[in-house]
Design a protein around this ligand. Structure first.
Ligand SMILES: Nc1ncnc2c1ncn2[C@@H]1O[C@H](COP(=O)(O)OP(=O)(O)OP(=O)(O)O)[C@@H](O)[C@H]1O
Length: 386
């Protein structure tokens, strides 16, 4: 292991699971330990630490260029790490050629061989592994049944729909019983309806066979629907890895809060830290009480954050002392069927949106004044990462 790799083991940035191979070797199917990747003098992945347990579905979620694909390619052996180690089932594979890693790959463009039938496409990885013909036939039948493709076995890819082609790609990845499946935007080329449908199929398939999956997407709905845990990436750095609900409820910084779900994030300054943290928020009068202070730095500057569904609007100022309240007026409202989205501006100029039932839409005409309130326990003070 390189020195930088060793250094990374002691300091997993955001993954709460053990990242070192010694503790993780038996329990974890995949371990990234202090992985760095530089292209020339440009960093693509920085000190990446992640452990994926056997049978777990973990998604790397992040905007374009955040280092998701590079991390996957390093694990597959298609790219070499500048520093750090990767382990599969407790074995260091950093220097192994891709064929020795026993990894199944599924990409957005399926990469099926056009001149081969469905069955021949699926047989390909077994031929590469020189599997005996009778055993190969058994395995092909198994995955054809699993992906509901038995009646399509003699068709060519051009005779299949996009969803069917993607199922062939899945069958081909599952057929040699890989220790881990890596999927890079595998549903990206499908239209919305088919994508939603394939999502369910993929999840149920993964659960049935207990496959370990590392998945890449920039689609947060897809990540939420599929994953046991999600790792949010930004500029090559894994910001936080957690279960979907924890990531939504307990984001560690403003980037995670903004990337997953809607949030109101406003620049804020901490003026007191005690039982409650007290902050001054840009565009809000007075001092705001915050129960959850995630910014560990000594710096007073950070971000005030609250999810819009935790905000209440009403005609009167609430008198409970633990509730924050600011005066605001309606800028406009957007009708969305069962709900309306009310766009508000505080008297001091901060803009935000809240949802309200459509039945109440006459109360929120443009220009009308209201009190916006929320509990101290529902808002956070976060480190600013933009
Ligand atoms: N072969 C390469 N040579 C030089 N730079 C590269 C190479 N591959 C990737 N990069 C750079 O590394 C960074 C991370 O790229 P990567 O493809 O891992 O991001 P990503 O999060 O998967 O993005 P996307 O969602 O667009 O696929 C980007 O800045 C990209 O331009």
């Amino acid at each position: 292991m390189t020195e930088q790799g060793r250094a990374g083991l002691g300091a997993p940035v955001a993954d709460q699971r053990p990242a070192g191979p010694d503790e993780a070797a038996t329990a974890d199917q995949v371990v990234f330990a202090g992985v760095h990747k530089w292209y020339g003098d440009a960093p693509a992945v920085h000190d990446f630490n992640l452990a994926v347990a056997k049978g777990e579905f973990v998604t790397l979620l992040g905007p374009s260029g955040s280092g998701k694909t590079t991390s996957l390619r390093i694990l597959a052996g298609l790219e070499s790490a500048t520093a750090g180690e990767v382990y599969l089932a407790g074995r260091a594979v950093t220097d192994d050629v891709p064929e020795r890693r026993n990894i199944g790959l599924v990409f957005q463009n399926y990469a099926l061989f056009p001149h081969m039938t469905v069955a021949q496409n699926i047989a390909f990885p077994l031929q590469m592994r020189r599997m005996k013909k009778a055993e190969a036939e058994r395995q092909i039948d198994r995955v054809l049944t699993m992906t509901r493709l038995t009646s399509f076995r003699d068709r060519y890819p051009r005779q299949l729909s996009g969803g069917q082609q993607q199922r062939v790609a899945l069958a081909r990845a599952f057929v040699f019983d890989p220790s881990v499946l890596l999927m890079d935007e595998p549903l990206g080329a499908l239209d919305r309806n088919l994508r939603d449908h394939m999502r369910l199929e993929l999840k149920s398939l993964q659960q049935r066979v207990g496959a370990t999956v590392l998945y890449v997407t920039h689609d947060q709905d897809e990540a939420l629907a599929l994953s046991d845990r999600i790792g949010v990436m930004h500029e090559g750095v894994l910001q936080q890895t957690a279960a979907p609900d924890e990531l939504y409820e307990e984001p560690v910084n403003s980037f995670v809060a903004n990337f997953l779900g809607q949030s109101v994030c406003l620049p804020a300054t901490r003026v007191e830290k005690g039982e409650h943290t007290i902050v001054e928020v840009e565009g809000m009068a007075g001092r705001i009480l915050v129960d959850k202070d995630n910014d560990c730095s000594a710096e007073p500057d950070g971000e005030f954050m609250i999810r819009p569904e935790r905000l209440r609007i009403g005609a009167d100022r609430p008198d409970a002392s633990e509730r924050n309240a600011v005066r605001c007026s309606v800028v406009t409202q957007v009708y969305l069927g069962p709900q309306i989205e009310v766009h508000l501006r505080t008297d001091e100029g901060a803009e935000m949106q809240v949802m309200a039932p459509s039945a109440a839409r006459s109360e929120f005409a443009a220009g009308t004044s209201h009190w916006l309130s929320w509990a101290a326990s529902d808002c956070r003070f976060l480190a600013r990462v933009t």
